[in-house]
Ligand binder design. Structure first.
Ligand code: ZN
Length: 254
């Protein structure tokens, strides 16, 4: 039976770290950034203060944008996968991020993000690369949290054009938007980059993870993703030129 999982349910599904790259199976020696290094640099530019990391309960200074444990996942990719094999994904994400940083205010009222405006005529390939960035991020997070990464993730990163069971859509977060408006004018950057909590589902009979969901975002604009073992059909943003922006509290079920 699948159900939302408690910490003890999740603990029963955890596996010890394999030391191998979850994408290709080689020895894993590199750590993916939880937050893109280029976004962290943007947040810290023009400031002599350290970047602050927080999880809602604790806060800490980020001493190194490149190496801090606060901004990186555990070592679960090999260098080849984390660098050259995924470079196209990183570039697609960085273009998306540039667009959001430049346009954020106007995106609150927008109903769609037009991928042609970001990527031009090649938007169809680039939006898939953006989706692969998100899937790579999600895979690193799952492995970091101690669970096996669904094998189809690797097929999608290898070039498949669709990832069954993985739903992903663009959202805007009203809480972050309101917070930004309240503190704009104060001399600090209210923008921030975020990853949401992970919610898990387990199959208690098989003691396996049956689902998980989370988010990643730049300010109030981001992507919500969800993998459910028993829901193969999804309607992800990367099938469309115009990605619908849902309110985070009103994302439809599929
Ligand atoms: Zn690899």
């Amino acid at each position: 039976m699948d159900d939302f999982a408690s910490e003890s349910d999740l603990a029963a599904c955890r596996i010890p770290p394999s030391g191998l790259c979850w994408w290709c199976g080689a020895v894993a020696g590199t750590r993916e950034h939880k937050f893109k290094l280029s976004d962290l640099k943007r947040l810290s530019v023009d400031s002599s203060e350290p970047l602050i990391w927080g999880d809602g309960e604790t806060q800490a200074n980020v001493r190194s944008l490149r190496k801090s444990d606060k901004v990186k996942f555990s070592a679960n990719l090999c260098a080849n996968c984390n660098n050259s094999r995924s470079q196209k994904f990183d570039f697609a994400y960085e273009k998306f991020s540039d667009y959001v940083w430049q346009r954020q205010k106007s995106l609150w009222r927008a109903r769609y993000i037009d991928m042609h405006q970001i990527y031009g005529a090649n938007w169809g390939d680039e939006v898939l690369n953006l989706a692969r960035y998100i899937v790579k991020h999600a895979g690193c997070r799952i492995a970091n949290d101690g669970f096996p990464v669904p094998p189809a993730f690797s097929d999608f990163l290898n070039g498949a054009n669709f990832l069954n069971n993985f739903h992903v859509c663009a959202f805007k977060n009203p809480l972050v938007y309101r917070a930004q408006r309240q503190i704009s004018g104060v001399k600090c950057d209210p923008f921030g980059v975020w990853i949401g909590p992970m919610t898990g589902r387990v199959n208690r009979h098989k003691k396996t993870l049956a689902g998980f969901d989370s988010t990643l975002s730049i300010g109030f604009i981001g992507f919500a993703y969800r993998w459910y073992a028993d829901v193969p059909d999804t309607d992800p943003f990367y099938l469309y030129r115009k990605a619908r922006i849902h309110r985070l509290d009103r994302i439809p079920d599929f």
